[in-house]
Design a protein around this ligand. Structure first.
Ligand code: ZN
Length: 278
């Protein structure tokens, strides 16, 4: 199943149109996409039997599939080649930070270029489907509502400012977390542990990898993070970026107003973001 947030209303996306979740369910299910995450099992059960008779073509703007997550985590250094280009050694535990929820934006959001060192990071984003604490790795996928595409936009000067790096602040300016275009359930994907992930700037490919290269896989992240914190329905985990970020290039490259950022994950979809003056 594929779900989209169209102008603030949750839609089930079919091959030839969309079905408004609240209308079609007789308001048994909420219209608010965030509230839908709190009743995820009911939503999926309804969606499995949703009839096509209510199908329309929603033409409004697509917004973040999960617009107001209670928690949004990012994982640093989760692809070996990115660990290498960043001159770190591979972590023994996931290296996590916060993307403050105020940075979450939609799949077509404009990205304000707030400094001279704003960088791209395409990432697979996990959407949690039920409360999770102390979950064994073997059950990790059971707690995932679905997957979406994200960008962990990063202002490197703020992120790396001494004496203690400020990952959470440097990655949380407004619209620094575009997500979407749809929330895709895991059963839609042939192998949810092995998806091609890529990023292009102005049509030039800058990142290309497969999610099978993740050092900590999705179920491993659910397990290791939930060993410490409680994950809530609708929480996001930005799972880390592959090699090819601008900061690690020689010379370094950054985003500028007018740049077009394209981020794609196989089987999920594509984000199209325009960089703008703040
Ligand atoms: Zn990242």
């Amino acid at each position: 199943m594929r779900f989209a947030n169209v102008e603030g209303r949750m839609q089930l996306v079919m091959a030839d149109g969309t079905i408004d979740v609240a209308e079609s369910s007789g308001n048994k299910l909420p219209s608010d996409p965030q509230a839908c995450l709190d009743v995820w099992d009911d939503l999926v059960e309804w969606a499995a039997t949703a009839s096509g008779s209510d199908r329309t073509v929603a033409t409004g703007m697509r917004l973040a599939p999960v617009p107001r997550p209670r928690q949004a985590l990012g994982i640093a250094l989760n692809y070996q080649l990115h660990v290498g280009e960043s001159n770190f050694s591979a972590p023994e535990e996931p290296s996590a930070f916060t993307k403050f929820p105020s940075c979450i934006a939609g799949p077509g959001a404009d990205i304000p270029i707030v400094g001279e060192t704003v960088d791209w990071e395409v990432e697979l984003v996990v959407v949690i489907g039920r409360s999770a604490h102390n979950i064994p790795e073997g059950r990790g996928w059971d707690y995932v509502a679905g997957l979406t595409v994200g960008q962990d936009i990063s202002e490197r000067t703020v992120q790396l400012r001494p004496p203690a790096p400020q990952f959470s602040l440097g990655k949380s300016f407004p619209a620094f977390g575009p997500t979407g275009p749809e929330l895709v359930t895991v059963d839609e994907l042939d192998d949810p542990d092995d998806l091609q992930i890529e990023c292009a700037v102005n049509g030039r490919q800058v990142q290309l990898a497969r999610t099978s290269e993740l050092i900590f896989s999705v179920p491993e992240l659910v397990s290791r993070l939930s060993a410490i914190i409680t994950l809530y329905p609708g929480d996001l985990i930005f799972t880390g970026t592959p090699a090819g970020v601008g900061h690690a290039r020689n010379p370094p490259e950054y985003l500028h107003p007018g740049d077009q950022l394209t981020s794609t994950i196989e089987g999920i979809g594509t984000l199209h973001n325009t960089c703008v003056a703040p």
